[in-house]
Design a protein around this ligand. Structure first.
Ligand code: PNS
Length: 165
């Protein structure tokens, strides 16, 4: 049987407990999961690529079949470069469908071999987003339920440095 490698792409600005839940579940289904920090050209990022990668690596310490990477380019090119055709993405209730559907179909149009698998987020994370978390931190709301400890510390530091105005 061939090894099933899945690429889990995203902005991860920053990674949340919702993303972590997806990654942990995906590692139980696929032989290997590559979490790839990528660029969404419609977003301005709080954390630079190196910071986002480092925070994710910290969170996933101890999970064997996961790798964290960064790629500035087309997702399908990265997927092909990693010798796979599997993309895995999370779907939250109401929030994501149209956008994810559009991306999955565009990627399929660009390369018909590519398959996108959607996993439904767990109920408790169904409304969570990095954008919402940043808004909360900006006004010093409590984000401890949404972020792993290392990320909470890092985002609080950004706030203290005045990066969240
Ligand atoms: O977490 P996000 O911002 O929803 O992730 C979106 C991301 C980064 C996965 C998407 O913008 C992407 O795939 N960017 C890489 C460039 C690309 O391939 N764009 C075409 C997508 S159809």
């Amino acid at each position: 049987m061939s090894t099933k490698i899945a690429v889990y792409p995203g902005s991860f600005d920053p990674i949340t407990k919702g993303h972590l839940d997806m990654i942990e579940r995906a590692t139980k289904i696929f032989d290997k999961v590559i979490v790839c920090v990528m660029i969404n050209s419609s977003k301005n990022y709080l954390f630079n690529c190196e910071e986002r990668v480092a925070l994710i690596k910290d969170c996933l310490d101890g999970i064997e079949n996961v790798e964290v990477d960064f790629y500035d380019g087309l997702l399908i090119d990265y997927v092909r470069m990693r010798n796979t055709n599997i993309i895995v993405k999370g779907l939250r209730a109401f929030l994501d469908f149209e956008y994810e559907f559009q991306m999955a179909l565009t990627n399929k149009h660009l390369d018909n071999e590519i398959e996108t698998f959607f996993m439904i987020t767990s109920n408790k994370h169904s409304y969570l987003s990095s954008t919402l978390v940043k808004e909360l931190v900006k006004y010093q709301g409590d984000v401890s339920d949404f972020l792993p400890k290392n990320v909470e510390k890092a985002i609080q530091k950004k706030y203290e440095e005045g990066c969240m105005k």
